[in-house]
Design a protein around this ligand. Sequence first.
Ligand code: G3P
Ligand code: CA
Length: 244
Amino acid sequence: MILNFAHRGSLTEAPENTLPAMEMAIKHKAKAVELDVQLTKDNHLIVIHDQNLSAYTNQAKGLIKDYTLDAIKKIDIGSTFSTEYKGVTFATLDEILELIPQGVIINIEIKNSPTAYSGIEQLLVSCLQQHNRLENVLISSFDYSALEKVQKAAPNLKLGLLINRRIRKAWRFIRSSGLSISSIHPNARYTNRKLIEESHRLGYKVYPYTVNSLESYNHLLKLGVDGVFSNNPAIFSQHLAEIC
Ligand code: G3P
Ligand code: CA
């Protein structure tokens, strides 16, 4: 089966990574969603892609790490997207986990750069344990040391390795990393047949990001990917291998 991820929820229809974006993805019958997690100043897991608030509003400035959860929850980011979403704020991971049905796979990406959040891995594992959400979750990061820490804290959690550059023989690099990963998430630009075949030979699923046109999607399916990350509901709500 092909598994497609609604990237940051349905980000073309609602502010990315928020509860409404996740609700839209579920409404489209997405079987999997992706989100990004960071830490507030007072160590709460908050679902946000950029580390700088300027990407979301001109009402607040600076970095997520310098805001408490209370302060972050006072920021209206919905209005920047559209008046329809006035009053929508960033969501905590707790809120998202309460919203998303157990049957929907959640890919949680730890956003650990440029700021590396000390202790985020253990807080994430504890949060998932509290929500009884160790199944149907996939943790990924461009920061491989964060994945190592997750692996130590919860060896049974599925891990996905994000790759944003062209790595020669990436599959060898992965094998030697010591990480017990279940999938690789390469930039779609660097995804080719060889990478897919060698990854499959080693037992890794391959989910490239971010694939928004049906043409690119169909091309990658023909190459053999196991799914993609997409902003396009016409793609992230499809789950059967219609070709190959
Ligand atoms: O996980 C795939 C994709 O989300 C990684 O890139 O920058 O959209 O978080 P980015
Ligand atoms: Ca992401």
